[in-house]
Structure formats: structure tokens, C-alpha cells
Design a protein. Sequence first.
Length: 485
Amino acid sequence: MKLSDAKAQNVWDIFRRISQIPRPSKHEEQICQWLKDFANKHRFKWQSDHVNNIVIHVPATPGMENSLPVTLQGHVDMVCEKTPDSTHDFSKDPITIIEKDGWATADKTTLGADNGIGVAISLALATDDTVKHPPLELLFTVDEETGLTGAAELQANFIKGRKLINIDTEDEGVFTIGCAGGIQTEIALPVNFVSADPKAVQMTIEIDGLAGGHSGVNIHEQRANAIKLLGRVLSSINDELNINICHLQGGSAHNAIPRNASAMIAFAEDQKYALDKKINDLQTSLANELGPRDSKLKILVHDPSTPSEKTLDTDSTKSTIDLIIALPDGVDRYSFDVEGLVETSNNIATLSTDIEDGMINIMSSQRSCIDSALSRITGRIEATAKLAGANPVTNGKYPGWEPNPDSDLLNISREVYKKVRGKETKIEAIHAGLECGLLGEKFEGMDMISIGATIENPHSPQERVNIESVDHLWNFLKALLPELN
């Protein structure tokens, strides 16, 4: 389906407007002001809280005034990822929407359909005169992508409804009724920096071309982690060349599988040929090992833009490499109760160097639908870090969402979906953190489902949304809202 043929044109019109507005996580001021202006233009009452979460109150259509309010919920921030050759500035540049083969994508950046489509469809439902609905609360949270902090700051009296539709999952025709909880571990490894040997050669090694993706939704696909691969590459090189690390960098967000990582290293000048040969061998062996999703792996070697005046000493170099290799990454265990559902996982998310404080910093993001299992893998990561002499600190814990297969909202939604689409929907729980976990904790008795259009490769420059799936979602919600009376 082409965009010009889509029935949900009002959704796309609003999404285009949203895409003109910068909205990185923690910098949502412009999009929040736009939402307030939108509400004022349509004479809807609105309120915001101390972190800029917003609820827009939409009156019921005639005949549904006595119905209880229904909450449509999404988040306004987006993950800001781009390809290495992109010059896009997420602080000021609009997102360019490109149409290709029935999908909408962006130009070398994340698209922001996660969760811009959810926001757009909520606003479109509220302003379309053909849609019959009960009183609506359009709840838009901030900073979902970097810790669910907007949802965490919500107060219990911010909304009144006890039926909530979260529009932030990524597979049309699937109703999500449960999600994983999670926690982050910040690992600070003290290292010893020394003056760089003036006779040594310095080179930068880059891991690039990996698929990346969402560290919850895509973790079961065994996508390669650039930080973990970098650790292996450095270990293999160090076995032969006796390198010293100058600088490490990798990953960008706790909820993204790292697509690239780099290391600046110093080594003896007469080992340059050996390094090149080793890199070529590793390129071949690792490319053969990885799956088709990561077939574009590149291990690049080039001169650093600025030589480093400091390097890690030999012991710190080895302990850093060993820690990166030792930390668990990927699927830890699958659910015993739900076939194919990842129960517990970990993502080595970011890697950075702090020369001033003498630290190598690693951020790890753990997820599980079982609280005790989350504690178990977090304890394993903490123990591994301590064995290396590092200081682990956990933060950002958020609750999971326990499935309720007997939900009234779920049962009504299933019936409506079958009428509209002529087929049954799929019911599932997901291995990702949804705001529903926090919302269920904040608002006692909340009946929830999570739905969405079909979005592939969220949190990466390959993100795209299926145009026809937006139409299906629109038609379903138009039919569902009149039944929630």
C-alpha cells in the first residue's frame, strides 16, 4: 500500500507534523508544547505535571456522555540513532519520511514511529468527527526510552479512567497483555593510565555494520553485540601483539543492542603487519560465525583523529578486556510457561572511557518477567564486576506487567478485532519494558492492553512502519471505542 492510498490520512498528517519537531529523550519540551497548542486549538482541556507528562481530556461524542473515560496512552520521546555517514542533528533537524515498498522509513536515522504513530493515532481519533467514543484521556508520557521516568513520576490522581489502551507495541494483530521488568547496572572499572610510549603506533579499531535493534524485542534473534565483539577482537590481538588500550567507546542507549564500538590501541611499530593480518583473519572468522542479520559486519582499522597522550597499562588493559568478555550478554533463559518467550536476558549496552577519573564505564541492562530471576542475573553481573575489581551500581528498576487473560478490555477487544479483520488476534507477553508495568502499579485496578502498528527494527536507522498496518490499527480502534461504554 502507498501512503497516498492509505485510509488513515489524518494519522499520517499528524505524524508528519510530529516528525518536524525534535523530541529526543529528556528533551521533549518542543513536542510537549506542540501537544498543548494542539489541545488548545481543538478546545480540549489538558494538564501537565512536574516532568511534563500531559493528559488531554476529550469529551465524549453524543450518546456516550455517561460512559467511563478510556485512556489512550503513548510516549512522546524517540530513540535517536543514525548511520555513521549521516549529518542529521536530532536537536534541530526534522525527520525525513521516505516511502518504500509499502513501508515508511527515514533517511539514515530512526523514524520515530516508536512511538510517534501511537501519539498520532490517538490525536486523530480524538479529532475525527466520524469516530464515536466515550470520554477520552490522551495520556502522553516523557522519557520512556531512557528509563520510563515519565511514567514513574505519574501521580495516582492524574487520570480517572480504569481502561487503558497503550499504543506502543510493534506488531499489528497482536495484543500484548504482559511485559518484562528491568534494571540497569552501571559498572565502573578503575584503571591505571600511564603516559603513552612515544615510539608506539596508535590505531583505532572499529566494529561496524551490525544490525543492532531493541534489546528486549530483538534479543532472541541472537543479533551480535558490537561491544562484546570488540572485546573478543581485542583479546585475540592482545594475545599476539601486547597492546595497550588508549580509549574505548561503544553503544548509545540501555535499550539498544550496540551496532558499533571502537578502541584506540597502542602497540609496537614493527607489529603493524601482524595487526592487519589478524584483523583480516578475524573479519573472516567472525563473519562466518554470525547470522545473516549481521552479514554486513566490518572490522575497520585506521589512524586516530587525535593521538592519545595516555594509555592503560598492561594489567589494566588485560583486566578491561577480560571484564568485557566475562559479562553475560543475550538470552539467559526462556520462559517455562509461554513457549518462545524470553524470560531473562542481559544487554551490554554502552562502553566509555573516563581518563580524568581513571575509569572504564560499562552499562548493562537486565530484563526478566520474574523478579527473582532479575535479581539472579543482576547478582551475577555484580559478582563478575567485583571479581574484576570494578564497582557495580544498580538503578532504574521498573516493574513488569502480570498478564490477565480474563480482562474485560481484552475480551471486548478480541471480539471487535475478529469482526473488523475477520480473524483472531494473537495474545502474547513480551520481553521488553512497557509503561504498562508502571501504569498498573500507579493506577490500582487498571485494565490494560497494548497494541500497535507493525514496526520493524525500532531503535535503529533501519526502523520502518508498515503503511497498511496503520490502516488496520485505525479501523480497529474506530470500531472498538464505541463498544467501551
